[in-house]
Design a binder for this molecule. Structure first.
Ligand SMILES: Nc1ncnc2c1ncn2[C@@H]1O[C@H](COP(=O)(O)OP(=O)(O)OP(=O)(O)O)[C@@H](O)[C@H]1O
Length: 261
């Protein structure tokens, strides 16, 4: 069986002052694959996601999506098929759930915050009867978001995470980057996000899932990359990763970063 490579990074690196946050990481994500990214606090997981979506420029390394070089700011990468969620949700808190999700659906067409605000003012997010409404109903229904007219600032952190996942999925990305989507989510939220991950995967898209809950990650992913001090120390089968000496060493050995949060 041939697999289509969606995302490929080679020798990615990023330093902050003297700290090598990401130190020569190479990765490959195939169509219909969920890749788990785990590691203790400070291992470089979020920085790696930042390098993938362009939130931070890489010091070195190359990145491609569907065989095409992927460069530039997040807005350009969104148009190329990448969407992400953040460790701390980046929602427009004064807007409703519906408006935030529709912003996501429109994001690849509307470059940058200026474009998004312009699109909002121009009515791009009032597409009654358009495919946006179909997207909205589909995504919101799958994630069980409840009343879409609620202001996002009035939601719990767990609910905000669900909205952010919905917004990212509404972009219909070929690669979805989820940074700690389960943090602060209750059991219902965990189940909803897990279901969304399976649905996106079943559509042949790729997902990179970062989370500290190793058991949930292992139950959802096809492969795990274990990071330590910015480098990959294990890349392979989830069950093998959990049982590996590298895993023991990273989380329970001496000389590592902080223990898992
Ligand atoms: N903007 C920044 N400026 C300076 N140092 C940073 C910055 N972002 C990350 N770092 C440092 O880079 C290293 C990797 O951090 P990163 O947040 O990527 O790790 P992480 O694995 O996502 O950790 P956590 O699980 O706690 O979120 C850490 O030493 C961190 O202090």
């Amino acid at each position: 069986m041939t697999t289509t490579t969606l995302l490929e990074g080679t020798g990615l690196g990023k330093s902050y002052g003297g700290v090598r946050a990401v130190d020569g990481v190479s990765l490959r994500l195939s169509a219909g694959e969920v890749l788990g990214l785990i590691g203790p606090n400070g291992a470089g997981k979020t920085t790696l996601v930042d390098l993938l979506d362009g939130a931070q420029p890489a010091d070195r390394g190359t990145l491609s999506i569907r065989g095409r070089r992927l460069t530039g700011p997040p807005s350009r990468r969104a148009r190329a098929g990448l969407a992400r969620t953040f460790q701390h949700p980046h929602l427009a808190l004064d807007l409703t759930v519906r408006e935030n999700i529709l912003l996501g659906a429109a994001a690849p067409r509307l470059a940058g915050i200026g474009g998004l605000l312009g699109g909002l003012a121009a009515g791009a997010l009032r597409p009654a009867g358009s495919r946006f409404d179909a997207t909205l109903r589909q995504v919101a229904g799958a994630l069980d978001l409840g009343d879409l007219g609620r202001r996002c600032g009035d939601l719990t952190l767990g609910e905000q995470r669900l909205v952010e996942v919905a917004r990212a999925i509404a972009q219909r990305p070929s690669v979805l980057l989820l940074d700690e989507p389960f943090a602060g989510a209750d059991a219902t939220g965990v189940a909803a996000i897990s279901e969304a991950v399976r649905a996106v995967r079943a559509q042949g898209h790729g997902i990179i899932l970062v989370d500290h809950n190793v058991d949930i990650v292992a139950s959802l992913v096809d492969r795990i990359m274990l990071l330590r001090s910015g480098t990959v120390v294990f890349d392979g089968d989830p069950a093998e990763c959990l049982a590996s000496p590298e895993m023991q060493d990273v989380y329970f050995g001496t000389g590592g970063e902080n223990v898992v949060a």
